[in-house]
Design a protein around this ligand. Structure first.
Ligand code: ADP
Ligand code: MG
Length: 700
C-alpha cells in the first residue's frame, strides 16, 4: 500500500546520489524515515513581508518582495564577493554572496520578482542580506506553504553545497507527496484518546508545515510524548525482564538480629521516610527477584541506619553483607559508627581498605570464605578478586556518584547468584533525570530529615567582612562548637588553590593561636595516615577548626561541628555546596553556613549563592543545578544518552516525561508482553525501533 519508510533517501525525487551522500554524512539521514524525523529547530512567520524602508538594524530574519536590478563583483582581501542591487517600491538594498557565485549568476534573473528571505545587516549606510534564500514569487505562491515556516538543522557544508533550508523543505514536501502524508500510527488508541494526542500523520504534517501555533504545539507534544514513551517503555521492560530472569536470594524472614536491634538498640525513633524505605527494601528482599535499588536521601537524612538495618535482614537469613564507600575516611567512619552496634549484638564486622595490613587482609579473606565474618565495610578494595565471600547476600554502595555501573557489576560477580544491591546517594538527582538515567534501578527516596534538626542558617559574606566572620567563629568556639573552613581545589589550578589553602591556614593560625585554639588541616597532598590523624583529632573534639579542601565533602559526621565556612564559594558547584553544608546541622545546636566570595560574581554564581541562602532542600537545589548546567554534567547522563533526544528535552519537558513514564508503566502493568490487540501498534513500533536500532541510540 504505502511507501516503505525504510526506502533509502536516494530514491526521493530531487535527491540524487550527491545530495544523498551529503544528507547521510551531514545529518545522518539514510532513509525516508530519517528525513521525516528531521524535526525543525524553529519556525518563522512567513505571512509577514517587509518593505525595505521598514527594516530595522535589529531585524532578525525578514522576507521581502522585489527585483534585482544588477550584479557587480567587489574585490576583497581574498577572492571577491558578488553583490546585487535589490529594489522594491520603497528603497534599495544589497544582496551579497561570498560563495557559490557562479551558480547565482547563472540561475538568478535580473528584473524578475523574487521573494527573498534572510538576515539583514546594516553596513556603510545600506542594508544588505548575505546569502538570501530566493524564490520566484510565482513559484513561492504555488508551493505548499504554511504560515509558520520550519527552519531545519543544517551544517555549513550543506549550505555551501546549495542544500539550503528551502531545498530541505522541498525534500520534505516531496516526501509528503509520495507518501500522501499517511504514516503508520505508533501509539495505541487508548493512550492517544486519553491524552487527546494528534494522530501520527497529523503530528508529522504540523511539525513540518504547521497550520497555526496551536497545532504546532500539539504536534510537538505528541512527538515528544512518543519519543519519551518508547524510551521509558524500553527501560521498564529491561527492568521487568531483569526481575523475571534474575532470581535473587529470598530473605523470607525478619529474625532476631533485626528485631533485637529494633526493640533494644535503635538509638532514636525512625522517621516515617526511613520506615517507608525499609518497607520497600524489605519487600524487594522478600520477593524472589534480585534487588537493584537506588536510595536517594539528602545529606543527614539518615541513610546509614537504613543500610545497617537492611544488612540485619541479610544476617537474619544467614547471609553475609558488605558496605562499600568511596573513600577511606568514609569507610572508617561507617565502620566506627557500626562497630558499637554490632558489638552489642555479637555481630562480626571488619573493615578492608587500601591501607589494611597484609596480616589483617589475610584474616579477613579467611573469615569471609569460612563465613564467620558477617559484615565487611570498605573501599573499592572490596572489589579485588581475592575478596571472596562464602555467601554474600546484600551489597550496599554508599555515594553512588563515585562508583560506576562497572563496579556494580563486579559486586554482582562475587557470588554464583548475584547479591541484592542497594546503591545510596546523597546527590539528589531530579526525579525526571533519575528516571532516565537510572531507569534500570528502582528508586526509594528519604525525603524527610530526622525530627529536631534546626535548619542551617546560610549567609553570603564578602571577603572584606572577614574580621566579623572571625569574631563569629570565636563566639561559636567559646560555646564549645567546632568549625570547618573549606577551600576549593580544582585540578587545573591546583598550585594556586594549594597556595590559597596554605595562606588561609596561616591567617587562621594567626587569628586563632595555640594554646587557646587547635587547628586541624587536611588536604589531598597529605599521606593517608596523616589525613586520618588530623581527621581523628577533629572528630574527637581535640581541635576547634578543620581547615580542608573538599576531601571532606563526602560523608564525615561530626555532630558537634556547627559552622561551615566555604571560601571562594563562587567556584563551587551547587550540589557540592549543598554537600558541604550538609556536614553541619547534625547535632542539636543551631548551625551556620557562611559562603565567602569576592565582589566579582557571574550571574550563574549569584544564582547559585542565592539558591543556597534561600533553600535547604536538596531536590530543589538539584533542579536549579540542572537548569544552570544542563543535564550534560550530571553523572550518568552521558551513558544514558538522554542528551541525544530528537525532539524532547529532559529538563524542559519533564511533565511530558513523567506522563510518558506513567503511561508506559500503565500499559505494561495491564499487558506485560504487549499481547493485547489494542497494544499491537505499540509492540510493532517497539520492534521496528529495535530492528532499526533507533532506540539503541538512547540505551546502550
Ligand atoms: P546520611 O543520609 O547523610 O548518610 P547519616 O546516616 O550519616 O546521614 O545520618 C546523619 C545523622 O543523623 C547521624 O548522626 C544519625 O545517627 C542521625 N540519624 C539518622 N536517623 C535518625 C533519626 N531517625 N532520628 C534522629 N537521628 C537520626
Ligand atoms: Mg552517609
Amino acid at each position: 500500500m504505502s511507501v516503505n519508510l525504510q526506502t533509502p533517501i536516494d530514491y526521493l525525487k530531487g535527491v540524487g546520489p550527491n545530495r544523498a551522500d551529503l544528507l547521510r554524512s551531514e545529518l545522518g539521514i539514510h532513509t525516508y524515515q530519517d528525513l521525516i524525523n528531521l524535526f525543525p529547530n524553529r519556525y518563522i512567520d512567513r505571512t509577514k513581508y517587509y518593505s525595505i524602508n521598514e527594516l530595522q538594524p535589529n531585524n532578525a530574519e525578514v522576507q521581502i518582495i522585489g527585483q534585482i536590478t544588477g550584479f557587480r563583483e567587489v574585490a576583497q582581501k581574498r577572492g571577491k564577493r558578488l553583490v546585487a542591487d535589490f529594489r522594491d517600491d520603497t528603497g534599495l538594498m544589497e544582496l551579497v554572496w561570498f560563495r557559490g557565485q557562479k551558480w547565482v549568476r547563472e540561475s538568478i534573473k535580473i528584473g524578475q520578482t523574487y521573494v527573498i528571505f534572510g538576515r539583514t545587516n546594516w553596513f556603510s549606510g545600506k542594508y544588505n542580506m548575505p546569502h538570501p534564500e530566493m524564490e520566484l514569487q510565482t513559484e513561492h505562491e504555488n508551493n505548499l506553504r504554511s504560515a509558520m515556516q520550519a527552519i531545519y538543522p543544517s551544517t555549513e557544508k550543506l549550505s555551501n553545497k546549495g542544500i539550503s533550508n528551502r531545498v530541505i523543505t522541498k525534500m520534505v514536501q516531496q516526501l509528503f507527496l509520495e507518501t500522501k502524508g499517511q504514516f503508520t500510527e505508533s501509539l495505541s488508541k487508548s493512550v492517544r484518546g486519553e491524552l487527546k494526542l494528534l494522530s501520527k500523520s497529523e503530528a508529522l504534517f504540523n511539525i513540518h508545515f504547521p497550520k497555526n501555533q496551536s497545532l504546532l504545539s500539539r504536534a510537538q507534544s505528541r512527538l515528544k510524548f512518543e519519543e519519551l514513551f518508547y524510551i521509558q517503555l524500553q527501560l521498564i521492560l529491561k527492568n521487568l525482564i531483569h526481575k523475571s530472569k534474575i532470581k535473587g536470594f529470598t530473605f523470607d524472614k525478619v529474625g532476631d538480629y533485626f528485631n533485637t536491634f529494633y526493640n533494644d538498640h535503635l538509638p532514636f525513633e525512625l522517621t516515617n521516610a526511613q520506615k517507608r524505605v525499609l518497607k520497600e527494601i524489605r519487600s524487594d528482599l522478600g520477593s524472589n527477584a534480585q534487588m537493584n535499588r537506588l536510595l536517594q536521601g539528602d545529606v543527614g537524612s539518615g541513610k546509614t541506619i537504613v543500610a545497617f538495618m537492611s544488612m540485619l535482614m541479610g544476617l537474619d537469613n544467614g547471609f553475609q553483607c558488605c558496605l562499600m564507600a568511596p573513600t577511606e575516611i568514609l569507610s572508617v567512619q561507617h565502620y566506627n559508627g557500626l562497630y558499637e552496634l554490632c558489638n552489642s549484638m555479637n555481630i562480626s564486622i571488619s573493615i578492608l581498605t587500601g591501607s589494611s595490613k597484609t596480616s589483617e587482609r589475610k584474616e579477613i579473606h579467611e573469615n569471609l570464605e569460612n563465613g564467620s565474618l558477617q559484615i565487611l565495610i570498605g573501599t573499592h578494595a572490596l572489589l579485588e578478586d581475592k575478596v571472596k565471600f562464602k555467601n554474600l547476600g546484600l551489597a550496599i554502595i554508599d555515594e553512588q556518584h563515585r562508583f560506576g555501573v562497572a563496579q556494580r557489576s563486579r559486586l554482582w560477580k562475587k557470588n554464583t547468584s548475584p547479591p541484592h544491591i542497594l546503591v545510596m546517594t546523597a546527590t539528589p538527582i531530579p526525579r525526571t533525570l533519575a528516571m532516565s538515567v537510572y531507569g534500570d534501578l528502582d528508586i526509594s527516596v528519604i525525603d524527610e530529615l530526622p525530627a529536631g534538626r534546626k535548619p542551617i542558617k546560610t549567609v553570603h559574606r564578602y571577603d572584606n567582612n572577614r574580621l566579623k566572620v572571625f569574631r563569629f567563629m570565636k563566639d561559636e568556639i567559646a560555646k564549645g562548637r567546632q568549625i570547618y573552613v573549606v577551600y576549593p581545589l580544582i585540578q587545573e589550578s591546583e598550585k594556586m588553590d594549594y597556595k590559597d589553602l596554605m595562606d588561609g591556614y596561616e591567617s587562621i593560625s594567626r587569628e586563632f593561636p595555640t594554646p587557646n585554639y587547635q587547628i586541624s588541616i587536611v588536604h589531598g597532598k597529605m599521606k593517608a595516615a596523616d589525613k586520618e590523624y588530623e581527621m581523628e583529632r577533629f572528630v574527637n573534639g581535640k581541635t576547634n577548626i578543620m581547615v580542608a579542601t573538599t576531601v571532606i565533602e563526602v560523608g564525615v559526621n561530626v555532630p558537634n561541628a556547627s559552622v561551615m565556612i566555604i571560601e571562594s564559594a563562587e567556584r563551587f558547584g551547587l550540589s557540592q555546596l549543598h554537600q558541604l553544608r550538609g556536614r553541619v546541622g547534625r547535632g542539636a545546636e543551631q548551625s551556620y553556613c557562611i559562603l565567602m566570595t569576592g565582589h566579582k560574581l557571574s550571574n550563574d554564581s549569584k544564582t547559585r549563592l542565592e539558591t543556597m541562602v534561600r533553600s535547604s532542600d536538596g531536590f530543589e537545589i538539584a533542579e536549579v543545578d540542572l537548569k544552570l548546567r544542563g543535564p550534560g554534567d550530571i553523572m550518568g547522563t552521558q551513558q544514558s544518552g538522554v542528551l541525544n533526544l530528537r525532539i524532547a528535552d529532559i529538563v524542559k519537558d519533564k511533565d511530558i516525561l513523567e506522563c510518558a513514564r506513567y503511561h508506559a508503566k500503565l500499559v505494561l502493568r495491564l499487558d506485560p508482553t504487549l499481547a493485547l490487540p489494542e497494544n499491537k501498534v505499540i509492540l510493532n513500533t517497539y520492534q521496528q525501533m529495535s530492528k532499526y536500532r533507533n532506540i539503541w541510540n538512547y540505551i546502550s
